[in-house]
Design a binder for this molecule. Sequence first.
Ligand code: ADP
Ligand code: MG
Length: 376
Amino acid sequence: MDNTLLPGATIGIIGGGQLGQMMSFSAKEMGYKVIILDPQENCSAAQVSDGQIVAEYDDLDKLIELAKQCDVLTYEFENVDADAINEVKKYTQVPQGTKALKATQNRVSEKNFIEASGFKVVPHIEITNIFEYHRGVEKLGAPVILKTIRGGYDGKGQILIEDPEKAHFAEIEKLLMHGPCMLEKKIDLKKEVSVIVSANIRGETSIFPVIENVHRHNILHLSTCPADISEKAEQHIYQVGETLAHNLELVGTMCIEFFISESDEVFVNEIAPRPHNSGHLTIEACNISQFDAHIRGVCNLAMPKVELLKPAAMVNLLGQHLENAKNELVEHPEWHFHDYGKDSVKNNRKMGHITILSDDLQATKQAIENNSIWDV
Ligand code: ADP
Ligand code: MG
């Protein structure tokens, strides 16, 4: 079967947030048509697409309706139901398949998969009740982080336990009520970095330069590229990227998050089988963006060698930052300003981002640091 799709074909995207929106920008630029499925009418992605089906992500009838209208189906987030994907495959191509989804939807299978591929993850134990929690803390040694196995993002569903004597057991029990959890050793991080890899159906890959990430309250705050890491760590990270892409039978874009310890040990933190917030700077900084690469991958076009055209910094605009950033935009010719067009502004909700290309990343980071927009 020839699964190459040329401009003019229709791409369906499950999920209509900012990732879907930026996928759609890339697709539209190349001349594809885009239809979004999302419960929120006129969501970010629908604002820049050809159509929208307003429905919940797990509404099988509506997913089939979308599939029938599309030449290829993709998704912008990882909590898509694998069974639903298998069902809609009867009506259209879903080249990403379900292997990457299944491996990454659950923190246990994700860590097992990474270890089976030969790479290091932080020490961890799966627990289902408070007794196993106590045994786990004893075994790993504090500090530890308790995480829900499914459905966490931006630090949601996580509890940091610095001192087990002073732990809030009510909170821990509450998290355990949602289902099995993972207890992870909290490691002393020197740095967090990520790498983005994209692949087409033929198995050709594009791998992006390593990006350095700073989180605030577990939410990504700042990404910079190139990352300031050792040559050895960098080479290892590219090897992880290529190997995991191969083992996951990757099609489209994924992101791998890493921890680098004080002793330069590299741990794989997690895998997102979709474009990622840390890769937004690729839009301006690279010869192709992570979204262009995603569209090329699912349409089975050739995958280019990625080049960083200029060093870049990306800073997120959360609900509490957006208004002030807009007001300052008139003063900043260097800001590539992105507003996702979300209708409700909430504290800590990702509303947009700014990318700055710069030959002096240190000075750019300092300017962001000194700007009071990000004090809140
Ligand atoms: P999410 O799915 O919410 O992104 P992560 O597991 O990536 O969850 O955790 C969010 C952030 O919390 C990480 O980027 C990191 O800053 C911090 N963190 C998570 N696990 C650990 C750990 N084991 N040791 C140190 N820091 C951690
Ligand atoms: Mg993460």
